[in-house]
Design a binder for this molecule. Structure first.
Ligand SMILES: [Zn+2]
Ligand SMILES: [Zn+2]
Length: 298
């Protein structure tokens, strides 16, 4: 392996000023390498080779990832000697990251999604010694993305389960009470010190705390249409003429309650792209790993 194989280190932003996928992938390799050499670490922390820490300060892995994404690597750090490398690529650690111990169970996509969402505002901003409130929010977000579902759980995080449940809710149109009951029974089945969300309310609070907005859109009781955009002020369905609002003695417009509402998570296009690529990667791996061939499953 030569310097060119590590050109990704200085190929941080793509044409649209977003963190490039090649950098994200490379960064993963670097972090795995850094974490595989305990003698060059300080407990769980690694030396951060970002332009600010200059390989002098030890940082939590997530902080180092954030620094490297935001500030970039110090120039010419092709040989990772401050992290235990003696010549470029000289490592017993496999470079095929699909089989690294770090990817076996843990799906990193959520922290990457958060990184991606937050990345917008962070790139290009000046950085103070103390985390300012926005940085603090970002670290809280990253922490939530990686918060384990229960102590020792490797398969899911609090956020990954919450996001999956919301997805299931919308796919099967589960009622809020049913959703809450599912959360409760899952929670009851987990070890006591779990971080399982216990209701739709908690789930939405978690998602909103991450800075991912949830919008409410009224819809027709029979599912014909959404009261959205041009139709947002209608009082009854254009197709089946069903009333939009429950009848109420209170005539004030803002207190009216719609029969049916949906929760909409407007993801940024960038986030959609990232999520889509993560989902595709997972599907491709499924076949590559040959989990059998279910008829009718793509
Ligand atoms: Zn740093
Ligand atoms: Zn209708």
């Amino acid at each position: 392996m030569s310097n060119t194989a590590r050109s990704w280190m200085y190929d941080r932003l793509d044409a649209d000023e977003y963190i490039s996928p090649i950098f994200t992938n490379g960064l993963k390799t670097f972090i795995e390498f850094a974490c595989s050499n305990q003698s060059f670490m300080d407990g769980d922390k690694i030396k951060c080779p970002c332009k600010k820490c200059l390989n002098r300060a030890f940082q939590e892995v997530e902080v180092a990832k954030f620094h490297l994404s935001k500030f970039g690597f110090i120039p010419n750090y092709y040989l990772w000697n401050k992290h235990g490398e003696t010549s470029i690529g000289s490592t017993s650690f496999g470079m095929d990251d699909t089989h690294s111990p770090f990817n076996e169970h843990h799906d990193p996509s959520y922290s990457e999604m958060v990184m991606d969402v937050a990345g917008y505002d962070f790139i290009g901003r000046t950085f103070d010694e103390d985390p300012n409130p926005e940085d603090k929010k970002f670290f809280d977000m990253l922490e939530a993305a990686d918060r384990e579902l229960w102590s020792g759980c490797k398969k899911a995080t609090q956020l990954s389960v919450a996001a999956r449940l919301l997805n299931i809710k919308s796919e099967y149109r589960i009622h809020e009470q049913c959703f809450n009951a599912i959360c409760q029974s899952m929670k009851d089945g987990l070890p006591e010190d779990n971080n399982m969300v216990d209701s739709l309310y908690e789930t939405k609070k978690l998602i909103q705390a991450l800075g991912l907005p949830v919008e409410h859109i009224d819809c027709c009781r029979s599912g014909c249409m959404l009261y959205w955009r041009d139709n947002k002020d209608l009082d009854q369905c254009k197709f089946c003429e069903a009333q939009r609002y429950k009848s109420s003695t209170n005539s004030s417009k803002c207190s009216r309650v719609a029969y049916t509402r949906m929760h909409y998570l407007p993801l940024t296009p960038r986030l959609k792209r990232l999520y889509a690529s993560q989902a595709i990667v997972a599907s491709m791996r499924w076949h590559a790993e040959d989990h059998g061939h279910d008829v009718g499953v793509m």
